[in-house]
Design a protein around this ligand. Sequence first.
Ligand code: ADP
Length: 637
Amino acid sequence: MGQRADERAPGRPHARLLRAIARHAAVVSGAPLVAVLLERPDGPPRFACAACDGPGLDRPRQSELGKLVEADPAIQGLEPAGRKRHLVARCDPALGRALGAGARPGLRAALLPVGAAAPAAWIAFMGPGSPGRAALRVYRAVARQAAHEIQARARRGELARDVTRERRALAELQEAKETLAALGLAGAHLMVETDQRAVYGVICRELIRLGFHTAVLEAERGHGPPRAPFRYAFTSFGPQLQSATERLLGRSLAAIRLDPASAPLLRRVLETGRMVRTDRPLEVGRELFGNAPEDPVRKFVRLLQLRHVLLAPLRYAQGISGVLVVTASRLRRSDPEAIDVFALQASIALEKARLFAQLRQQQAVLESEVDRRTRELTLAVRALQELDRRKDNFLANVSHELRTPLVTVLGYADLVLSEKIGELNERQRDCLRTAVGSARRLRSFIDELLEFSRHELTKEGLAFEPLDVPDLLQQAARSLAPQLHQAGVSLRRRVAPGTPRAWGDRDRLLQVLTNLIGNAEKYAGQGGRIRLAAAGTRPGRVDISVSDDGPGIAPEHLERIFDRLYQVGDARRPRDQGQGLGLGLAIARAIVEAHGGTISARSRLGSGTSFRFSIPTAPALEAGAAVPAAAAASTPS
Ligand code: ADP
């Protein structure tokens, strides 16, 4: 029984120990032959002679006699001891003969069990005749001592084995931890990549860092889901190794197409959807290099010292899109599982990259569509602007052409009406007055059109100056006083104390005020009241408002009344009633905005309307004079 056999059968006493026990027993007992018998783990005879000794016996004799002991029928019929304390059996004469003349007549074996632990063991003291009491006492003491030693040694051995096992387990655990940590980090690297090639790169780079050579096999992609055959999408080989491999194989890796029908390992991965491990690198090498001849593959395997190959599926939602081939010269116990997990992470990263690619493609399509539509819209806007400009030009030209003869018509009509060139009868006078009234209205339309065109076409510059607000309001009120008086409309002005001077173009602001007051007068009607107010409550701004107690404007129109040509209700009706063209508020807004201000309207049907606009205050140096006290007044009408 050698040391290796002993290691392979944990729990069996060491051969050297058994020999020592036999020697010690022979010396102490004085028996011509002592044998230690040990239960065999397999088949008959049940007990084997594990050690054998006696005075003056050398090794060859010991082994010769040991064999005879083993063959002795008394020994062959031996059972585990049970409760027996000892047995005495007659030995085979052959053993007696072999032992020597002295022991030949009636050689007996006194058999005593050695301890009760498994495997069962006996110690046999062979001598002539049955042993006496004293001899049995000695034998028992020897057997007890032997049991004791075997037990103690077993405990020590177990302890040593436990320690070794624990050390090995710890080392493995440490390696597994390191592999897992490295693969965890690799997984994190994978997750940041959104491009398929980059993901392949990270897979191979990270695995080679852990000592594995890697290749990614990718199923071909058409329009549908990925399908066989598979091709090499990426390898961890550097350029030199790659070209050396290709020279060996006599073909380029890129040209290899792997059909699972003729590649059993690949087929197994696809069919089971699980990782496959093989420790036959030559076979798998031939398969994965497209049925390559044995010789170059053998050289390749030897060159890279490959011993183990793992094929892990790269999955996606509907199946398997590729296979990760990992080869190594040494595999730790935890490696396959770690690589399986890594392959799963790689699958997720690849799926993410695929979705990103799809997204990028859709984005590109969308962007080009947006570009196309933007170009179309820009062209349409330009065309509309051009149309608008031409219309404004036309408006300006026509208005101008109409105004000149109209002025002449009005001049002559006024002259005739003044009767300086001849008397008119009552009827003629009435007719002429009506004609003059209409011509004047026409002129005011034309003036309005001209005014508007001037703004739109020329975007003329404003002549800014500091403006005294009470003065501005008074001037506006004065210019409209006769008209208000005639319409029976009252106007009150109020400028809040401390209102700073405004900064603007006097004529243009007067025009805004005239438009707003004119509208208020028009819509408030006979007996109506207009309030003109100004205040400088907001820093850097002067707010001016024109309010009336007219019929008001419905909310749905409020937003639009500042649009060009917008009129509330039926456009023809107000015009027939002598009202404007729907340009007054558009002009007012253009002027206010050119001052950097805003204009808005608030109204409630039946309760009147209030227009408010803001303009900047005069710069500090110019702002010298603010309104000293409340400046309130009524129209001098
Ligand atoms: P118009 O020259 O026709 O008055 P505006 O641009 O000045 O054109 O005004 C646009 C429309 O706003 C008018 O048609 C009118 O319906 C409405 N509007 C303007 N001011 C008032 C107001 N003070 N009260 C009621 N409605 C008004």
